[in-house]
Design a binder for this molecule. Structure first.
Ligand SMILES: Nc1ncnc2c1ncn2[C@@H]1O[C@H](COP(=O)(O)OP(=O)(O)O)[C@@H](O)[C@H]1O
Ligand SMILES: [Mg+2]
Length: 373
């Protein structure tokens, strides 16, 4: 049976899950090696393993007290199999899967996994090298850095280099790769034209009477349009006036709506257009760092946690790796990122039941018809 346990912390989800594990092994005689039990942190994984072991020890003692030697024997076998049973973090599952299918995953079987500090140091070094390179070659990047007060401060470049790992993490959990980060930036749209504003003015002139609230808009348009040199200038000057909406008089509301929509669109577009060179310079920087980091990992035959998840998910989806679990049980499932969720889903098939536990009232992921308990 597929099950979802959804309850707050401390309500007994892990208790239920380890109880289910015990029942599957002792009552349904399922080999512990056919039950994948995963969680997200090393500590939680260690606790799960310990709680499962305790359950079998207790079951063994109880069975022996009741002369139920069959159950006692099963508990002993389970305890013997436990060290090789797949109970651990989602990352440890990925590492094992990738080791077993390294060539299919495009890795050497001796690949290394970049741990926290190594990962941080390598990425940090590339961030710093590329920061200097980009500062030398890109005036827009220099403008961005000086605008952020990065140049000339004690912690040289740190705010921009520190933003990169955060960006990578955010992109990863959103399922976005930054290989082509620059292409992800929408191009600035064209600004509303002076003619667009003139037509608002014309419509106001056609009205029989303007209310007091409409007057400032009318006057602003009438004086500014002939004197400004560009739509940019007009939009900036109109925004600075902080004009108020009007619309009480006959036929005025649609004009007011159109005018303020035009002005808002103009202000937003102008802001984006003005910031675009800096955004592009930053995206280029992120893209270069991303590619160099990827290359460095490739050259040293290393993967990081994010790579492991992607590679394992791809392996499973391609069918090149087909672990045959009877049960896939995931504790603390509210911590799953999109890619982890995909990975869990690709472990779920006709022969496999899925049991997930979490304490979010609402999951942001759509599961395929689980049973709620
Ligand atoms: N049905 C139960 N009977 C006895 N103890 C329970 C039961 N459910 C939970 N507990 C105990 O309550 C505590 C919290 O349970 P736990 O499973 O860790 O909660 P959760 O995983 O939801 O945070 C644990 O010490 C657990 O052994
Ligand atoms: Mg728990």
């Amino acid at each position: 049976m597929n099950i979802v346990y959804n309850a707050s912390a401390g309500t007994g989800k892990t208790y239920q899950v380890t109880g289910l594990y015990e029942k599957l092994v002792l009552e349904e005689n399922i080999d512990p090696r056919k039950i994948l039990l995963m969680t997200f942190t090393e500590n939680a994984a260690a606790e799960l393993r310990m709680r499962v072991a305790h359950r079998f020890q207790k079951a063994r003692r109880t069975a022996e007290q009741h002369d139920d030697f069959e159950t006692a024997e099963r508990a002993i076998t389970a305890l013997n199999h436990l060290p090789s049973a797949p109970i651990g973090t989602i990352h440890s599952f990925c590492t094992k899967l990738l080791r077993e299918h390294a060539l299919d995953a495009g890795l050497s079987p001796a690949f290394s996994v970049l741990q926290g500090d190594e990962h941080k140091e390598l990425l940090d070094r590339i961030c710093r090298e590329e920061l200097l390179q980009k500062l030398e070659t890109d005036p827009d990047f220099r403008d961005l850095c000086s605008g952020m007060h990065i140049i000339g401060t004690g912690g040289f470049g740190s705010s921009i280099t520190e933003s990169i790992p955060k960006l990578f993490e955010a992109a990863d959990s959103a399922g976005i790769t930054l290989d082509h980060a620059v292409n992800l930036l929408p191009s600035p749209q064209s600004l509303p034209s002076l003619a667009d504003f003139s037509s608002i003015l014309e419509r106001m002139k056609e009205l029989p009477k303007l209310t007091a609230k409409a007057q400032p808009v009318f006057q602003a348009l009438e004086t500014l349009i002939p004197t400004v040199g560009s739509p940019e200038e007009l939009i900036e000057k109109l925004s600075a006036l902080h004009l108020g909406k009007f619309g009480a008089g006959k036929g005025q509301k649609p004009i007011s709506d159109d005018f303020f929509a035009l002005l808002e669109n103009g202000t937003n577009t102008l802001g984006y257009t003005q910031r675009f060179p800096a955004a592009k310079a930053y995206a280029e920087y992120a893209q270069i760092v991303y590619r160099k980091f990827k290359q460095a990992k490739h050259e040293t035959d290393a993967v990081d946690f994010a790579d492991q998840l992607h590679m394992a998910a791809t392996l499973l989806k391609s069918g090149k790796a087909k672990p045959e679990f009877r049960y896939v049980i995931v504790d603390e499932v509210q911590d799953t990122s999109r890619i982890q969720c995909e990975l869990i889903q690709s472990l779920w098939n006709e022969e496999t039941y899925l049991v997930i536990c979490g304490d979010k009232k609402q999951s942001i992921y759509t599961w395929r018809g689980p049973i709620r308990r």
